[in-house]
Design a protein around this ligand. Sequence first.
Ligand code: AMP
Ligand code: MG
Length: 403
Amino acid sequence: MVDAPYFITLDEARALSQRTLPARQTEYVPLDEAHGRLLAEDLVSLVNDPPFDNSAMDGFACAYDEQATYPCSLRVVGVVAAAGDEQQITVRPGEAVRIMTGAPMPPGTNAILPIERCELSSDESSVQLLEAPKPHFVRHLGENLRQGETGLSQGSFMTPSRVGLCATMGHASVPVFKRLRIGILSTGDELRSQGEEPKYGEIYESNSYGLVGLVQWAGQEAVRYSAVTDSMESLRAALNRATEECDVVLTSGGVSMGEFDYVRRLMEAEGDIHFWRVKLRPGSPPLFGTWNGTPLFGLPGNPVSSHVVFRMLVAPYIRHLFGTDAPQEWRVRAKLADRVKSTEDCLTMRRVTLVSTDEGMVAYQPRHQGSGNLESLASADALTVLQPGEVGEVGAWIDVLVL
Ligand code: AMP
Ligand code: MG
C-alpha cells in the first residue's frame, strides 16, 4: 500500500499539493491576446482617467447658477465636439455652449443639461433650459483613476472589460504569466479514439477532451498525449515524455485499488506520491506526487470524477500558483427540491439543475448520479457542496457551486 497521507480531506489535499509548484514565468502579450490570461504584475495607469473634465451627455454646458429660475434663456456662444478644440471658448454668465458627450468642459462651465431638456431658438443663437443644469453630468479629471494609480493588480484574470481598462490606461501590451503546459495522459486498455470501431468491452476515450477544456478554461495550455495501455513499460515511457515536455501532468484512470491500476503502482514503485485518495465524492481515488520532479495529478478514470477533481483540486492549485481567485465557480445557496444523498466521510458533490425563483435558487437532481454518467454533468448547472454527514433533505438550503 502507498506510504503517504491516505484518504485525506480536500483542504489537506490542496495544502499538500500546493507545496510542490512549478515555476512562474512572465511574458508580454499585445492586448488582443490578453483575454483569459493572468496579469503578472500590478498595472498602473499611464494617464488620468478621464484625462480632462468632460461632459457625460450631449447637451448644453454653462455655469451652475443657484439664483436662476427655470425655464431660463442663455446665449449660445459655440459648439465643442468630442475631439475638443484648440481654441477654447470661455463661457460667461448668461452664456452656454452646445457640447457633445466626451467633449472637454470649456472654461467657465461646470454643469450640463441634456439636449432633451433644452429648446434651441430657430436661429440657434439662444437656448432655453427647461430645468437647472446638472453638475453630476460632468466627468472630472482622474475621477476613475489617477495617473500612477494601480488599476489592475497582479493575478487579475483578464476579462474583456479588464483588457479594455488596460487600453484606457495607455498600455498596448501587458505582462501576463506564461501559460503552464499541462500534459494530459489517459490510461486504459479499453480506450478507443473517435472514428475507430470499439470492440466488445471497449469505450470511447473522453476524459482527455473534458480535461483539455478545463485546462483552457483555467487559462492554461493543454497538451494531449495518446492514451496509454495498461502496462508498466508503456506508462513509464509516457510519463517520462510528458514530464519532460510539460510543467504539470494530469493522468486519468489507473489510480484505484485494482491490479491494473498502473498509475498508482508505478508512482508507488518509481515516483514520489505525496498523497493518495481524498474525501470527495465523486472523485475519491486521486493521487498527487512528482515524476522526475514534475508535479503530477493522478485523476480518477470515471469521467465525472476526473472533472470534479480537476475543479476541486487542480484548478485551486493553478489559482494558488498564480495568486488569483479566477476563474472560479460561484458558490450560492439553493433549496433542494429533491433529496440528495450525502456520505458520512466525504464532501458530496452531486449534479443538480437550478431554477431561479422568487424564493431564491431551487436545485433539482433529475439524473442518476453514477460517476460514469457524463450526461448527468453535461446537463447540470451546479454541484452540491454537502459536508460529510450533512443531510440533503427536500427543502434544505445548501451551498452549490455554479458550473
Ligand atoms: P479506472 O480508474 O482506470 O479503473 O477507470 C474507471 C472507469 O473510468 C472505467 O470504467 C474506465 O473505463 C473509465 N475510464 C478511464 N479512463 C477513461 C477515459 N479516458 N475516458 C473515458 N472513460 C474512462
Ligand atoms: Mg483503467
